[in-house]
Ligand binder design. Sequence first.
Ligand SMILES: Nc1ncnc2c1ncn2[C@@H]1O[C@H](COP(=O)(O)OP(=O)(O)O)[C@@H](O)[C@H]1O
Ligand SMILES: O=P(O)(O)OC[C@H]1O[C@H](OP(=O)(O)OP(=O)(O)O)[C@H](O)[C@@H]1O
Length: 197
Amino acid sequence: MQVAKGVASEKNAATGTLIAVVGPSGVGKDSLMDIARHHFAGRDNLRFVRRVITRAEDAVGEDHHAVTPEAFEELSKSGAFAVSWQAHGLGYGIPADVYDDLASGHVVIANGSRSALDAFRAAFPQLVVVNVTARPEILAKRLATRGRETAADIEARLARSSEPLPPDLHVVTIDNSGELDLAGTELVNLIQGLFRK
Ligand SMILES: Nc1ncnc2c1ncn2[C@@H]1O[C@H](COP(=O)(O)OP(=O)(O)O)[C@@H](O)[C@H]1O
Ligand SMILES: O=P(O)(O)OC[C@H]1O[C@H](OP(=O)(O)OP(=O)(O)O)[C@H](O)[C@@H]1O
């Protein structure tokens, strides 16, 4: 697996909090972020990151900036990403302009990767990790319902091992085994609490 890259720069003086939402495929990361996006619509001190991904533009789910693997590599080399990583045969990048929002004290929320959390920590001094969980038997059903991946891809996603999260991170766990709205409220409350800080 390619090592995730994080940018450590003077921009690390940023004051805002970056929330990285992580968890296994199908656990509900994007669905929970959609609830929070809807709840906080119109707030100018909260940014939902549009990731750069080497995935087809019209793929189901997350709204992303689709690029070819070649373009992704160029963007990566030119410093366009605060953090980038590879998983599921795809490249993912968090645009470096999130540092502008963080420098303004905004809360920034992004779909992250458990395998890239060391890079997230290096890139974002005020990092909060939202670790979304659900009972394993639920994941397969949800991925089949979503229908974005082939059966083989779904199997590979379910087989992806999950190491324990790196120590010394600020981790908040949200169980999304039950009603989506309940877990969504937990995420909304967490974000609301960060605004009060
Ligand atoms: N609590 C829930 N109950 C039922 N279905 C859910 C729940 N959370 C997510 N889903 C569904 O499961 C599928 C995967 O959710 P998604 O948000 O894409 O997960 P992730 O981004 O973690 O891979 C989607 O079809 C979504 O609508
Ligand atoms: O290291 P991991 O925690 O396993 O995560 C690997 C990748 O999987 C997810 O991406 P993607 O949106 O393609 O998949 P998902 O929506 O099915 O989780 C997540 O956002 C990471 O980019």
